[in-house]
Design a protein around this ligand. Structure first.
Ligand code: IPD
Ligand code: CA
Length: 262
């Protein structure tokens, strides 16, 4: 039987090990060295590989789930009887490689039908976001909620968009109060969950399940809304080579944002 509690406990010890192993590599060319192209078709840096190896070893020793889909290694067997984990060993690898203290270990557990637990930890400062299905979301063990900012003109938004999408938004009258694009989207979605940001929009079409799974559960459990930008449901896809767009907001601002895309 899958245990979300055990999953989160093991994520905690894994992430402490990752922090220790990566410490001397953060902000160094050696840590940022690109070793090969990972399963998601983007380069795997040395620090991604080190973090991923730690996760695979500990998850296997604990038979934590049946399989795991990782940004770098793709789909691998873990040895447990059921469940699949979605892993991004280092979300924000560029930040980690150059020493910007905003990068995360991000992993979610699914029972095969739905996400049941999510864990996102900023490896630079230890801040840890967690959620178990039906039990709310937490930052360092304290319950969190999105903001109640109710209009885009007053909102702090993390917006990932190429120039045509930016042009489109401008043509629709898009105007936010603050823009914050921080370079580790799992953490940015968690920032919406705890009210530091009001809205997360990714229009690039390359967001993968490994990037977003844990943070989307955390945002929904905190009381926010996750969907495609036009309001259609965001459905997790196991295809690492094709990505998606994503919208995550507090409840008050959601309709205004979705209306921009209808
Ligand atoms: C990246 C970060 C970044 C986003 C990229 C992602 P990675 O994750 O989340 O914010 O702009 O699309 O790929 O590659 O560092 O795990
Ligand atoms: Ca990554």
């Amino acid at each position: 039987m899958l245990s979300t509690r055990k999953f989160l406990d093991i994520c905690e010890s894994v992430s402490i090990r990752i922090e220790a192993e990566l410490e001397s590599l953060i902000g160094t060319p050696y840590g940022a060295e690109e070793l090969y192209i990972g399963a998601d078709n983007t380069p795997t840096e040395r620090l991604d590989k080190i973090a991923e190896d730690i996760v695979l070893k500990e998850f296997r020793e604990n038979n934590l789930c049946a399989s795991l889909l990782s940004e770098e290694a793709g789909l691998v067997e873990i040895g447990g009887e059921e469940g699949i984990a979605y892993l991004d060993p280092v979300d924000g690898s560029f930040n980690a490689g150059v020493g910007i203290p905003f990068y995360a270990f991000s992993v979610a557990l699914s029972d095969g039908k739905k996400l049941i637990a999510g864990y996102v930890r900023n490896l630079a400062n230890g801040e840890t976001f967690t959620a178990e299905i039906g039990n709310g979301a937490y930052l360092n063990g304290k319950k969190i909620h999105p903001s109640n900012v109710s209009s885009l003109k007053n909102a702090a938004v993390s917006l990932y968009a190429h120039s045509p999408e930016q042009q489109y938004l401008l043509s629709k009258g898009y105007n936010s109060r603050r823009s914050r694009v921080l370079g580790a989207l799992a953490l940015e979605i968690c920032y919406v969950a705890c009210g530091r940001l009001d809205c997360f929009i990714d229009l690039r079409g390359n967001l993968r399940v490994t990037d977003a799974a844990a943070a989307t559960l955390i945002l929904e459990e905190a009381g926010g809304i996750v969907s495609l930008p036009d309001g259609n449901p965001y459905i997790l896809s196991s295809n690492l080579c094709s990505g998606s767009c994503l919208l995550g907001t507090n409840k008050s601002i959601y309709n205004e944002v979705v209306n921009l895309f209808r």
